[in-house]
Write a protein that binds this ligand. Structure first.
Ligand code: FES
Ligand code: FES
Length: 162
């Protein structure tokens, strides 16, 4: 493990030299950066409430994958681009189309799981602007919602590309 790491957090270049080997990305985001849109549910990689995107250089570009921040160590992020739900807000506070679709199709009730679903769908939308239903279901398989049910969320996901 390097003693100093550098990565991009949303639009901000970050350098961390006081690395703790067991510090998770989720704790760092919420406790040290006050980015609390990324939620802590199970804290063991099962619920998806803590989903963020992590981009890595591959070939000529960055490839993004959805990551459970609760089980991702901060120390592993050197050279990456970390994207949190706060990054999706547009100018004048406008919602990103993924967020707007969740509103329009009533894909959120208590809202605790919603940032995680939004980030999984945002990652899918970046990779595949016109995903199949199977691709949508695969993208959401790591996100759990205990109160809305999944139909509305899948309808929102389909509407993003229409
Ligand atoms: Fe549940 Fe991270 S908090 S997967
Ligand atoms: Fe409540 Fe999903 S909206 S857990």
């Amino acid at each position: 493990i390097r003693s100093t790491i550098r990565f991009l957090l949303n639009d901000e270049a970050v350098e961390i030299s006081d690395l703790k080997p067991d510090e998770t990305l989720l704790d760092w985001l919420r406790l040290r950066r006050s980015l609390r849109g990324t939620k802590e549910g199970c804290a063991e990689g099962d619920c998806g409430a803590c989903t963020v995107l992590v981009g890595r250089l591959a070939g000529d570009g960055l490839v993004y994958e959805s990551v459970n921040a609760c089980i991702r160590f901060l120390a592993s992020l050197d050279g990456c681009h970390v994207v949190t739900v706060e990054h999706l807000k547009g100018q004048n506070g406008r919602l990103h189309p993924v967020q707007q679709a969740m509103v329009d199709f009533h894909g959120s009730q208590c809202g605790f799981c919603t940032p995680g679903f939004v980030m999984s769908l945002y990652g899918l939308w970046m990779r595949e602007p016109w995903p199949s239903e199977a691709a949508i279901e695969k993208a959401l398989q790591g996100n759990l919602c205990r109160c809305t049910g999944y139909d509305a969320i899948v309808k929102a996901a389909k509407a993003i590309s229409e």
